[in-house]
Write a protein that binds this ligand. Sequence first.
Ligand SMILES: *Cc1c(COP(=O)(O)O)cnc(C)c1O
Length: 422
Amino acid sequence: MQYWTYTWNQNWEKLRHMAQNDAFDPTTPELSPSSRAIHTEAPADLGGAPLGIPLYQSQVYRFAKADQLADALAGPGAPFVYGRHGNPTVAAFEQAMADLEGGAAAWAAGSGMGAITSTVLGLLGAGDHVVAQNAIYGGTRTVLSDLAARWGLEVSYVDPTPDAVRAALRPNTRLVHLETIANPTGAVHDLKGIAAVAREAGAYTVVDNTFATPLLCRPIEHGADIVVHSATKYIGGHADVLGGVAVFADRGVLDTVWPRVAEYGSALDPFAAWLLARGLQTLGVRMRQHSANTLELATRLDRHPGVRRVHYPGLPDHPSHARATELLDGGYGGVLAFELDGGREAGRTFIEAVRLVSLSASLGDVKSLAMHPATVSHRHLTSEELAAAGIDEGLIRFSVGIEDVEDIWRDVDQALAHATGA
Ligand SMILES: *Cc1c(COP(=O)(O)O)cnc(C)c1O
């Protein structure tokens, strides 16, 4: 994280330099009290470097020279000029994410979907073709399908193996969109093989790394061009901030999309960036605890007579276990899914019977969260449609928190008894 501190200090020096360029002294007694009240200045000399990331809430910057202001409007990496283009606190978060993912540059957005939509809109045009993993985050699917229906984007959904991606390629394929760990099956795909196929075809590989975080997997190391996150989940970790980020392996790609994404208007707010940068500081200990708790619960659920099947890549008999072990560092993440005996009604009973665990649509929180797709996110689907989508009616999606694992298990165990009688 030294790189982060270093570049942060550089930004601060840049700001201080610009303030000093300006001869105006706001404390001059010629000004009336009402004007002096408006022109309060931040301290220029801090003495030591700030240990916490400062929250730089200013959205507008002033300059002494016209050329300086004009240059500052030129692109990412230019001096800060206006909040939608950049902000020091947001830049600290972006630099930290670029550093952790092993990318050259990052661009933060007000939500994960903001990062995904801006990346897709920034890179693609009408008539371009996208290959996307079939079990993809619902919001991403909605955006891609809508762009296909209304804006002339072409989209193919595939079960993403290198061969399936190769078979789906068209001359106009520009982008392959994957997720490191698929929801709710926990499938981990052959990232390296797929990225190589995409590269050969001249297409970008975009990987949604929300479930793994850069502590478990850094897709750029395996050939991805762009990594996107819902930082709302593990990066923030406390259900109190919405945010997203796109990390670029090649700075030139960000330079290409930046003039557009800066105007699309999904910039991250500095306070949200401050919370996310703070969240990052405990990401290591949280991910270790999430992974350890989830493996323990997956193992116990697997042995429970009321549970038919557990989906977690950390279990030795999961179809992706070998690949997950190869791709993921130090754990298999904090999300598992399990199928209850008793179908839809058992699922509903379970999520209404938990107490410590919250019924919630999100994931990645320090608190344990559970959701039942058949009665919540996918309740409009018939039994046949659910089966076609590969979602069991008794399937529970479980985002395991970092509470004491015995407390979580006690709650899960009593809810299982309610739901299945076992
Ligand atoms: C939540 C989520 C998103 C969307 O992120 P928001 O911050 O809610 O906009 C995208 N991808 C995955 C995998 C997610 O879990």
